[in-house]
Ligand binder design. Sequence first.
Ligand code: SAH
Length: 371
Amino acid sequence: MPASAVTLPEKSAGLPSLLGMPVPRLIEFFENVGEKPYRARQVMRWMYQRHETDFAAMTDLSAALRKQLAQMTTLALPPVLKREHSDDGTRKWLLDVGAGQAVETVYIPEPNRGTLCISSQAGCALDCAFCATGHQGFNRNLSSAEIMSQVVLASREVAPASVTNVVFMGMGEPLANYRNVLPVVQLLIDDQAYGLSRRRVTISTAGVVPQIHKLAGDCNVALAVSLHAPTDELRNRLVPINRVHPIAELLDACWTYAAGQASRQITFEYVLLDGVNDSVPQARLLVKLLRNRPAKVNLIPFNAFPESAFKCSPQPAIDAFWQTLMNGGLIATIRRPRGDDIAAACGQLAGRVRDRQRVRLGDRVMGASSS
Ligand code: SAH
């Protein structure tokens, strides 16, 4: 890891970051300092293709401009509080985002790709019953710079390997931080910036329906939906936002989204919880919901975390559930847990979050605690 990957925050305190800045704003920024618009493209190449965070190294800019940029702006990355390496090659970073809050980023190497799982919020307000992040509560949305920093930081540190896929499956609900997530997604698929294909950038959502419709119009990247239950009765308990946007409404949004993508498939994530949502009759109900639709199912064995009330389904139940989906004509895969020895697997990302919610979503929508 290059020593300059981490720039101390005091050096950059208060300066606006260029990381994650939407292209029109970046162009405007250069125009405001009397520079040509193409400077924006040059700097984007440095930031997103060469992962350079030191203006002094940007040798195709004049020395004067480099100095001016360093005085006016920053490319500082969040300080790394902890780096962990799993036996299976998975890597995890704990990043300091200030005021005692920390978020996690995970890199998962596979033979032909390297997937980066990034966080969009410090904590999460959605309160899903089985998720470690939700358990900690919600503190705040990350800025576009903080979200993009995770990609730049990981890209620097995994070199010569590379980040070929980015998934918003770390801490937080990306569609609840739409304003800051969208510019990052747009930069990730912009040829002048990060240059990934749309298929290789995935937004994962617990079901914030209005933002699914919005995303379809703004930036049609791959969509994963955390379904986890085939009935509203059960989903209301596991994924409380279901009480606001029930399954029928959610699936409607999904099919509209897929239609805008020339029928590319939506991935439905389904975490298997022992005795809760893993029976064969429940698998049959899931088939009914998704059959003949542009859908595939990703079964996730539950990853335990301290204080979790659930257990992972036993292997025979996982196999029977999968087989029922396949017999019903669905495409289904079973996700192999990665990085669970360093608590980097799905739903284990907890970072360090001080809860600022007074009432949790699960309680609020139940009407159980409204004071
Ligand atoms: N908020 C987004 C993205 C974050 S979670 C969403 O809900 O989709 C990424 C995936 O991990 C989601 O499908 C989530 O439901 C799942 N997950 C959460 N906790 C888990 C756990 N303990 N074990 C396995 N998967 C979990």
